[in-house]
Write a protein of this length. Structure first.
Length: 205
């Protein structure tokens, strides 16, 4: 897709707790609106700050991406195979020796065997990282809250874009419609091609 809307997430602070929250916000937005390009930074036409409600976005990480982040986090603080234990102070700093960007900070947190939070965000981060079963009630609540937060940001983005640059929004809608039609056509072709196989499989279910 050539035309994409863009949201810039600007962490409220430079401390790693705030950086990890910014990543959670990106992940929540990616899930809610894959047609929007969500990045971490401080400059752009639509800049927002992450909210604690976005913390559940971390639960959107698939295992492969999570593992890559863990490896990157370990490399960033050169811990090798040793255990990572994170203790947050009252300003959101961690007991790690290096300055971490948002994704590295998140990788370190994911790789940690222990995360002790002190700030409100740090405690929420530790709680979220401790969730292993995505079907448990707390996980569902965090996911729903992050989804609502993300959709509110998307609504604001669409309003601002419609007011300031309606042509961009029209192009996006046209592009999305074309993609849906292409997917529908592809599905129809594949179903026709493999209809016999589908019927055979259905008979044995």
């Amino acid at each position: 897709m050539n035309k994409r809307l863009r949201i810039v997430i600007n962490p409220t602070e430079t401390q790693p707790t705030s950086q990890a929250l910014a990543v959670a916000a990106v992940l929540a937005l990616e899930w809610a609106a894959p047609y929007v390009n969500s990045v971490i930074g401080n400059d752009g036409q639509f800049v927002i700050q992450p909210d604690l409600d976005a913390i559940g976005g971390l639960l959107r990480l698939d295992p492969e991406r999570s593992e890559r982040l863990k490896l990157a986090g370990r490399d960033a603080i050169t811990e090798g195979e040793s255990e990572i234990r994170i203790f947050e102070d009252d300003k959101g700093n961690w007991n790690v020796p290096d300055q971490l960007d948002s994704w590295w900070a998140t990788g370190v947190a994911l790789a940690a065997t222990e995360f002790v939070g002190v700030t409100v965000t740090g405690i929420a981060l530790a709680e979220t990282l401790a969730i292993s079963d995505r079907s448990e009630q707390r996980s569902i609540e965090l996911l729903e809250k992050s989804q609502r937060w993300a959709l509110e940001q998307i609504d604001d983005l669409l309003r601002v874009t419609a007011a300031n640059n309606p042509r961009v929004l029209a192009d996006l809608l046209l592009s999305l419609s074309s993609e849906v039609e292409t997917l529908a056509d592809t599905h129809a072709i594949l179903r026709a091609r493999y209809q016999t196989d589908i019927e055979t499989i259905s008979e044995h279910l």
